[in-house]
Design a protein around this ligand. Structure first.
Ligand code: GUN
Ligand code: ZN
Length: 438
């Protein structure tokens, strides 16, 4: 079993800065002892070095070591259509996303997209992702296969819909159940893969399809659930018309038994107070996707209302409605948008951004015992940020007055080009090449 002592400036949030003012832990010259991919000891480098004098040292000084990022909302079939700017949600789906999603019927095409997608995630420092899969079971197999090859922690599933999209993306309740069941049996709990039951959104999923999803959730107790909610005002209006008996958008999922501790609902830009109260009671998560909300003009995420109601919030890139895989960029955009909301916004510190990009995602997925922070017993999932000499971020890293200042700069200006090395369960899954640094 390999044992390594990593020497680095590291930061992590073992608790939530939204409830614990001392949540951010930083070590200027820190040590992490990793044995067989698991963190066995943490602390100052000098202390660990004295305690474990024979263990080989990996010297990561000069940059920042953070827990691997956790993206709780990202679409596998959309990596090649990033950048469809300027359209509202329903037009963007129609013109940009869905034509590409139809191409995923071809498994060979899907295999290429899976390589682009998983590569994009790990190069951005993402070590765990809750992924919207494809409408085609064969393409979902390609995604899980590629994620397993690379070593990504991948939570994903078959996307199901039976109305209002393109015909070739529609299924039936029975097929949704049968194909979902087969995929769960093939992938759930295998290696680092987990299954998420995934109706696209209530606009495109009839009660029958939502009930089929509910049946899978009942039968397989620990699979996850994900979908979209309250993203765009026009979408909310259409859903209201389609479900006249439902109290609101959330209720369309609640009635099918889909909302609980392991449910992640993306966006929630336009929630009612009833929905926020119910989400807190269910202990489900809202995945905030700030770049997507900006690019599609969906609106400002009411973070203050979520926090006041006690709703758990995590971060998602929402590629390809979002603009790329970097959770550093999502953190910065979240910060910008809250600033622009004035009194209604939440002042997000670097500690908040780090928490949202790491432990908050692990908690959303019920994986906080395994990942999201550098605590003894957790997997060594980590991202090492180190900038090319001469770049502004390198200058900050060399001269920052504290690790927290360096962390703020990483969110302000860091990109995937600054991601030098990435580990998942102790396995190095990405090592930047000279070309990627340029
Ligand atoms: N942002 C976003 N919202 C959706 N709602 C339903 N499908 C999608 C999607 O692909 N992207
Ligand atoms: Zn989405």
């Amino acid at each position: 079993m390999t044992t390594t002592l990593y020497r680095a400036t590291y930061l992590h949030t073992p608790s939530s800065p939204f409830t614990d003012a001392a949540a951010l832990h930083a070590q200027d010259d820190g040590g992490l002892l990793v044995e067989g991919g698991v963190i066995r000891a943490v602390g100052g480098y000098a202390d660990l070095c004295a305690a474990y004098p024979d263990v080989p040292v990996a010297d990561l000084r000069g940059g920042l070591l953070l827990p691997g990022f956790i993206d709780t909302h990202v679409h596998f079939p959309q990596v090649r259509v990033i950048g469809g700017l300027g359209l509202p949600l329903l037009d963007w789906l129609d013109q940009c996303a869905l034509p590409e999603e139809a191409r995923m019927a071809d498994a060979a095409y899907a295999r290429g997209v899976a390589r682009d997608f998983v590569g994009g995630l790990v190069q951005a420092g993402t070590t765990t992702a809750l992924v919207f899969g494809s409408h085609f079971a064969g393409a979902v197999d390609e995604l899980f296969t590629e994620a397993a090859r690379v070593g990504l922690r991948c939570v994903s599933g078959l996307v199901v819909s039976d109305r209002l999209l393109r015909g070739e993306l529609h299924t039936t309740p029975q097929r949704a159940y049968d194909e979902g069941r087969a995929l769960i049996e093939r992938w759930h709990g295998v290696g680092r893969s987990l299954y998420a039951v995934t109706p696209r959104f209530s606009l495109s999923a009839s009660e029958g399809v939502l009930d089929a999803c509910g049946a899978l959730m009942q039968e397989f107790g620990d699979v996850r659930f994900t979908s979209h909610i309250n993203e765009n005002t026009r979408e909310v209006e259409v859903v209201r018309g389609l479900f006249p008996e439902a109290r609101d958008y959330l209720d369309t999922y609640e009635r099918a038994g889909l909302v609980g501790r392991r449910s992640v609902l993306a966006h929630n830009v336009w929630p009612t107070d009833r929905e926020l109260g119910a989400m807190a009671e269910h202990r489900c998560t809202a995945a905030h996707c700030p770049c997507s909300n900006s690019a599609l003009g969906s609106g400002f995420f009411p973070l203050r209302r979520h926090l006041d109601a006690g709703v758990h919030v995590s971060l998602g890139s929402d590629v390809g409605g979002g603009t790329g895989f970097s959770l550093l960029k999502e953190g910065l955009q979240a910060h910008f948008m809250q600033n622009l909301m004035g009194e209604a916004g939440v002042a997000l510190s670097p500690a908040h951004l780090l928490y949202l990009a790491t432990l908050a995602g692990a908690q959303a997925l019920g994986l906080e015992g395994q990942t999201g922070s550098f605590e003894v017993g957790k997997q060594f999932d980590a991202v090492y940020l180190s900038s090319a000499p001469g770049t502004p971020l390198d200058a900050v890293f060399r001269h920052a007055s504290s690790p927290e200042r360096a962390l703020a700069a990483a969110f302000a200006t860091g990109t995937p080009a600054d991601v030098a090395r990435v580990w998942i369960g102790g396995d190095e899954v990405h090592t930047r090449t000279a070309r990627q640094m340029a």
